[in-house]
Design a protein around this ligand. Structure first.
Ligand SMILES: [Zn+2]
Ligand SMILES: [Zn+2]
Length: 652
């Protein structure tokens, strides 16, 4: 009997009879693993390289590196949700004989299936009925059975069934590569992989119905796209649904409107945000925070125009790459002149580097600018402040020697982590994007420089205790990078700050410095933006803290609330005193009941309320209320300001 060598993720190797199945390997490792196993990755030769994900019941006939996936792995969840899509289809077909199916893939959270129900109505009631059927079928614990079929057999099956969508899909497949999966009475054209059986699908929720053109083409028929999600435990589903509810409440587009932070106007143009006074204060505070941190970290501020001559972007390569799909050149009465809206600040900064000769002793040079850039996004891609057509980057470019890359990375990592900490993002990871080791020729820059930079980025991240994942083949062709992902209060991941090495632009702009050897050298350029962009960062921040900004950021830190109009004058004195201490606030001198004033300040998420009435005026004090926490006692205004002075100030 022949044997196969199976390499496990820890690098150890075991021998099994040829034809061994994933589930058998799991059993040989531990009963617990076998119980939780959902799928298996086969031939994952390189770290963080995607192999093929297989069913646990599929025989392995060659040597392979494998990884068993459980619910904790993306590959496990995908198999689970893909199997749930089939379970959904089985239930739908049981209730709606003759239904036709498009595609039904797993997605980031859950799955969808595109279906043609003819003109049968399908709403909440129908969703609930299908959900119930799914629960019933899951309990039957049907096995997912994979079967190779010939193209003819596949065509015959779906011709007989009368599903023209599946026939169209089969048309694009090569004979010999086609597989069917069956569970219970339902057969689907499918590449897999699937979990062993329907039993583990314990908690099921069909979420919504949307329209989707077959194959995304509006000339085709509109199908119904039904979204759902499933979990191995009811508790996990409950938590997920709760998270969805919370996310709705925290949506930055909703809160941005309610808290009067920003707005959009069709007349101004799609994707061009208007920052309202309160949003502008918030944004300016973030800028002040970053400007001060950058000055301390040795950056020099610069300012450059919003447009640049087309030639600038021809030199940088941006025109060739993005010219056609972006805002088109601006013309002037001088026919030979053409300008582009600035899509990036880097070319301008390269020209600043070139204003005078640089020596190795001058480096690193760190040029920082809150630079507003314009990029044409498809209208369908625009989304609140997270996807816009004009935005401001907290941009900087570091020009340094190759031997300074690591130190500069460490400094930028420190700045990014300080930023996250100051804003209450405690859970973050970083992705190190490296070259594809099998295709080194598609990258520019010397091999030795790349190797060194890649190693040093990883070292810098390790030295700062950063949790990283290295991803091969994700580097830009001009340099490796480090991207930060933060988890917000709801556990959602967002990509924020980024640090990127660039070997290309310094060459294209012929940047140089005189080395200690008196020779000319090309500096390395590092692009970095800890926030990413002000727009996106503010959007994520709003959703993270649900609009309850830290005191130092809150557009209005204090509401002064006179108990009645008789105390408005004293209230004004209190406000004036606060303003003299650089505290932002307002006086609610409306002729309203105090209960109403408190409620409004709570709704607007103002961190502090200072109530003033008979007693406070007589004693020269204020009654302090904190947002969401209520009464904090009566105190001297001076005492109050001193007690919270640290929270009012920029974090240091
Ligand atoms: Zn499938
Ligand atoms: Zn740049």
């Amino acid at each position: 009997m022949s044997v196969v060598n199976i390499t496990l993720p820890d690098g150890s190797s075991r021998q099994y009879p040829a034809g061994v199945k994933g589930i058998e390997i799991a059993q040989s490792i531990s009963e617990g693993l076998a119980r939780n196993a959902l799928s298996i990755e086969v031939n994952a030769c390189l770290p963080d390289r995607q192999g093929e994900i297989w069913d646990l019941s599929r025989p392995i006939n060659t040597d392979a590196a494998i990884k068993i996936f459980t619910w904790n792995d993306k590959g496990g969840k995908y198999a689970f949700w893909h199997s749930s899509a089939h379970l959904f289809a089985e239930a739908l077909e049981a209730l709606y004989p003759g239904v036709k199916f498009g595609i039904g893939p797993p997605i980031e959270n859950g799955f969808y299936y595109d279906v043609d129900l003819g003109d049968r109505p399908f709403g909440d009631e129908e969703l609930a009925a299908v959900e119930k059927k799914m629960v019933e079928l899951a309990k039957a614990n049907s096995t997912f059975v994979r079967r190779d079929v010939s193209k003819k057999e596949a065509i015959d099956y779906f011709t007989k069934k009368g599903d023209e969508y599946k026939l169209e899909l089969i048309d694009g497949l090569a004979d010999g590569s086609i597989t069917f999966y069956q569970q219970g009475n339902f057969v689907d054209l499918c590449r897999g992989p699937h979990i062993p059986s329907t039993g583990p699908i314990k908690a099921i929720k069909l979420l919504s119905v949307a329209g989707a053109y077959w194959r995304g083409d509006e000339k085709n028929k509109m199908l119904k796209r039904i979204y759902g999600i499933t979990f191995p435990k009811q508790k996990e589903l409950d938590e997920y649904l709760h998270m969805l509810e919370e996310a709705k409440k925290r949506d930055h587009r909703k809160l941005g409107k309610e808290l009067e932070l920003f707005a959009f106007s069709e007349k101004v143009g799609m994707g061009l945000p208007l920052w309202l006074p309160k949003g502008t204060i918030l944004r300016e505070r973030l800028e002040q925070f970053m400007r001060r941190a950058q000055i301390r970290a040795g950056y020099d501020p610069v300012v450059t125009p919003h447009i640049g001559s087309k030639q600038l972007y021809v030199t940088s390569g941006h025109y060739e790459k993005y010219g056609k799909d972006s805002f088109q050149p601006i013309h002037t009465p001088d026919e030979s002149e053409e300008f582009l809206l600035k899509p990036m600040n880097c070319p301008h900064h390269c020209e600043i580097y070139k204003v005078k000769p640089r020596s190795y002793k001058d480096l690193p040079i760190r040029l920082a600018e809150f630079g507003t850039v314009y990029r044409y996004e498809q209208s369908g891609e625009l989304h609140g402040l997270t996807r816009v057509r004009g935005f401001t980057q907290d941009d900087a470019h570091i020009f340094c020697r190759p031997d300074q890359v690591k130190d500069e990375f460490i400094k930028v990592i420190d700045l990014v982590l300080f930023t996250f900490k100051s804003l209450g993002f405690e859970d973050y990871t970083a992705q190190v994007s490296l070259r594809d080791p099998e295709n080194k020729t598609k990258y520019i820059g010397e091999d030795a420089l790349w190797e060194r930079a890649e190693r040093e980025i990883q070292e810098a991240a390790d030295e700062r205790g950063l949790k990283t994942i290295a991803v091969f083949g994700e580097a830009a062709f001009y340099g490796p990078k480090l991207d930060f992902m933060v988890k917000d209060a709801l556990g959602r991941s967002w990509q924020l700050g980024t640090i990127q090495v660039d070997y290309q632009l310094p060459q294209r702009f012929e940047l140089e410095y005189i080395g200690s050897d008196n020779q000319k050298h090309t500096p390395v350029m590092i692009h970095r933006a800890p926030f990413g962009s002000m727009e996106r960062f503010v959007a994520v921040l709003i959703e993270h803290c649900a609009g309850n900004f830290p005191l130092w950021l809150a557009p209005e830190q204090i509401a002064v609330l006179p108990i009645s109009e008789r105390f408005n004058e004293y209230g004004q004195q209190v406000l004036d005193t606060l303003k003299n201490s650089d505290i932002r606030g307002f006086l609610d001198d409306r002729n309203e009941k105090i209960g109403r004033k408190i409620r409004d300040a709570e709704v607007n998420k103002v961190p502090f309320m200072l109530l003033v009435g008979e007693k406070e005026v007589a004693e020269g004090k204020v009654a302090v209320r904190k947002h969401g926490q209520g009464d904090q006692g009566v105190m001297d205004l001076k005492e109050f300001v001193e007690r919270f002075s640290r929270e009012f100030a920029l974090p240091a």
